[in-house]
Ligand binder design. Sequence first.
Ligand SMILES: Cc1cc2nc3c(=O)[nH]c(=O)nc-3n(C[C@H](O)[C@H](O)[C@H](O)COP(=O)(O)OP(=O)(O)OC[C@H]3O[C@@H](n4cnc5c(N)ncnc54)[C@H](O)[C@@H]3O)c2cc1C
Length: 423
Amino acid sequence: MSCEDLVPADFAARFSSGVIRCKDAQKSFMKVLISGAGIAGLALAHCLGRKGYRPIVVEKSSSLRDYGYMLGLVGTGYEVAERTNLLPALEAVQHNPDRMVYLNPQGEEKFAVEDKALERLEGPHELNLMRGDIERVLYENAADAIDLRFATTIQSIDQQDGSVRVALSDGSEEECDLVVGADGLHSQVRALTFGTEKRFVRFLGCHVAAYILDRSHVPDVASNTTYTLTEPNRSVSLVTTGDSKLVAIFMYRAEHEHRLGTVEAELREVFAGMSWHVPFLLERCSETTDVYFDEVSQVEMPAWSSGRVVLLGDAGYAVSLIAGQGASMALAGAYILAEELTTTPNDVAGALERYEYHLRPKIARIQRVGRRNVGVFLPANRFQLALRDFGIRFAGSAPAAPFASLARKFFTPSGNLYQSRRK
Ligand SMILES: Cc1cc2nc3c(=O)[nH]c(=O)nc-3n(C[C@H](O)[C@H](O)[C@H](O)COP(=O)(O)OP(=O)(O)OC[C@H]3O[C@@H](n4cnc5c(N)ncnc54)[C@H](O)[C@@H]3O)c2cc1C
């Protein structure tokens, strides 16, 4: 079953009739508690802060996460950055590559995408950013409006008539009007409210690991360049960020959903025999403490809210890194949710229904593309790999220029923030 199948047939009618009303008192500033200070949680805090709210944000980590990986903000994500005046700050920390180099198994350049070809592939509105930089920009813009509590998690959620009581890991309790689970793919809020992860998470059959290293360790990489070495079922990329850092990203197909041993052990086994800088990168990985690792999955839920608890970002509708729009959708969801909540602060249920109404069709489309694109990231055999390479070269070529925007829509169907109605 896809996310699209989960949109009730009468959704539009229910939405326009505004059938769900909450019993809320006449409050204009509701108390919102957000779990997770990732892109989704901080973006919601920023959007609510702009409307005069002061949400509480609880975050499991003891500080903002400064590690991460490179990601692209396209279409909707870019539009939200523009609408919330974050664009200048994000542009100041972007690392747009000038060249994307594809390597053969010996580590030699097979072909490269650059200049006009790169523009055609990426489109006019693309920002390449480190995840940590996006979170820092969001935090800096929201800091005055947030009560941010690090090293704190939600222990229990008790929905009462017209409010939610939350027990926190520091021993305190909060009574709120709304709890937002923006705590990622393995959301605790989702588990507490909707049930175990395996009911909602669809494993796409691959794993990803990423870590940051000093550029000085791999001196022969050029500035502003992304290198990718793909072999059937496995792929390694090196992305240069600024003058001093590199991001190494490992992706591979895996039959088992959960990692069998340590990250290093699994990577060593899967990437054994690959040439280029791979043996060195595997060695560095063992010495690095901040290695991101996860399965590549999507989250599909019949509803994103239950009473006064709502899910946002990967927690509610992860599209996967293969769809390349999880961050953009975290921003889109945060913006729409904040708009709807502040439009009808006395009708939380109606706001949550409209949030889902605006976002769910877009998520369903992107998730479908994510599932289809697994073979683009990780071709299963040499024939698929050759086809993938041909597709990239053709899409960037001058003869394909008239179809470039069509091709981008096919692979990253981001579209506008609102399909219609609200501008
Ligand atoms: C390698 C890679 C490349 C990607 N590339 C792109 C791309 O090009 N474009 C794109 O748009 N997206 C991309 N994505 C996806 C994107 O990074 C995610 O979709 C997005 O970051 C999700 O943000 P989030 O805030 O919903 O979740 P998360 O980033 O998972 O943040 C969740 C936050 O909640 C915290 N937390 C977790 N549990 C708890 C708890 N119990 N209590 C309190 N806090 C908790 C976490 O510490 C974290 O701060 C990529 C992902 C990967 C892995």
